[in-house]
Design a protein around this ligand. Structure first.
Ligand code: TYM
Length: 333
């Protein structure tokens, strides 16, 4: 579709303040593709309403997520950055794909099982069909690669299955996308319960380091991180807390586990936790500075949303027309 250029596509929900899990597992990796791929990154506000949101917070976080995309190094001149609800083809294609997705497939999604356990009073149909909307996001743009954290891999695999099923009935409709999960940072764990994923919807703010936390807060949170009763900084089974902190340190410094073990040999957990906090805060400082500048001009962010939506709509419209034609819907000119 783009003169043989490959497409990179991903999205982030504006459902909470973004964490270093979102940063290391996804956002930071988006710009890897900027030079060689056509890149589209979306603020997926429609996904966010599968769980109840406070409207003013959802609106604010939508601006913030777009600003964070740019603050993390995505250049809107090279990359299409937009908001999902501004491009109506996402829900249009999602309906069609619903008719090519099996109930059993959706029932097996681990995120659905987790979220329905967490929100037992609101197990709505949107929560159940959420992966179909995500498949629509990806397939609309004839995507080749989807950079995501490991928790989203199952959804991208379902998207592949839906696309393959559709293509077998209507050949050459969709590109089959590949999930790209970076080795480091694919699953950053909670600082309070290191067997659980760090999540922006966690109710305990000490379990989570937010991209916008200030240096003192970051250091305090790392100092309080749950570890074990050992004292050696060593990557080993059963040392979930330390393993997680070592992974975070590795992500920010590029060091291997062996190098980190050597660096902290003979030093205690206290020194190590302080070092993790410092490298994290130092890496986030320029992102935060840029974020503040971008948020100061809402008009410019809105202009960016408009430009991104126009670019995305143009491509999305072509895919929906192609799909509707193949299905036998009457096309009016
Ligand atoms: P979301 O908003 O939960 O998370 C955004 C991205 O951050 C990654 N991530 C993590 N990576 C490592 N460690 C963590 N603790 C961590 N927490 C989150 C996620 O894997 C994700 O890549 N359904 C998606 C959003 C979406 C999407 C899409 C993604 C909607 N449509 C199309 C790709 C393509 C979600 O809820 O991500």
């Amino acid at each position: 579709m783009f003169q043989n250029q490959k497409v990179s596509y991903s999205g982030v929900q504006p459902s909470g303040n973004l964490t270093i899990g979102n940063y290391l597992g996804a956002l930071r990796n988006f710009s890897t593709y900027s030079d060689d791929y056509k890149c589209l990154y979306c603020v997926v506000d429609q996904h966010a309403i599968t769980v109840r949101q406070v409207p003013a917070d959802l609106r604010r976080r939508t601006y913030e997520t777009l600003a964070l995309y740019m603050a993390c190094g995505l250049d809107p001149e090279k990359t299409t950055l937009y908001v999902q609800s501004h491009v109506h083809e996402h829900t249009e294609l999602a309906w069609i794909l619903n008719c090519f997705t099996m109930f059993g497939e959706l029932s097996r999604m681990t995120q659905f099982k987790d979220k329905s356990a967490k929100h037992a009073d609101n197990i709505n149909a949107g929560l159940f069909t959420y992966p179909v909307l995500m498949a629509s996001d990806i397939l609309l743009y004839q995507t080749d690669v989807v950079p995501v954290g490991i928790d989203q891999k199952q959804h991208v695999e379902l998207c592949r299955d839906i696309a393959t099923r559709f293509n077998s009935l209507y050949p050459d409709t969709f590109t089959i996308p590949e999930p790209i999960v970076s080795k480091s940072g694919m699953k950053i764990m909670s600082l309070a319960e290191p067997t659980k994923k760090m999540s922006k919807s966690d109710e305990n703010p000490n379990a989570v380091v937010y991209i916008l936390d200030d240096k003192d807060t970051i250091i305090r949170k790392f100092k309080r991180a749950v570890t074990d009763s050992d004292t050696e900084v060593r990557f080993a089974p059963g040392k979930d807390g330390i393993n997680n902190l070592m992974s975070i340190y590795a992500c920010f410094t590029g060091k291997t586990m062996e190098e980190i073990e050597a660096e902290f040999a003979g030093k205690g957990y206290g020194d190590f936790k302080l070092a993790v906090g410092e490298v994290c805060a130092d890496a986030l400082a320029p992102v935060q500075q840029r974020f503040v500048q971008l948020m100061a001009d809402k008009g410019a962010l809105e202009a960016q949303m408009k430009k991104g939506a126009e670019e995305a709509s143009y491509i999305a419209r072509r895919t929906v027309s192609k799909v509707e034609k193949k299905l036998g819907f009457v096309q009016l000119r």
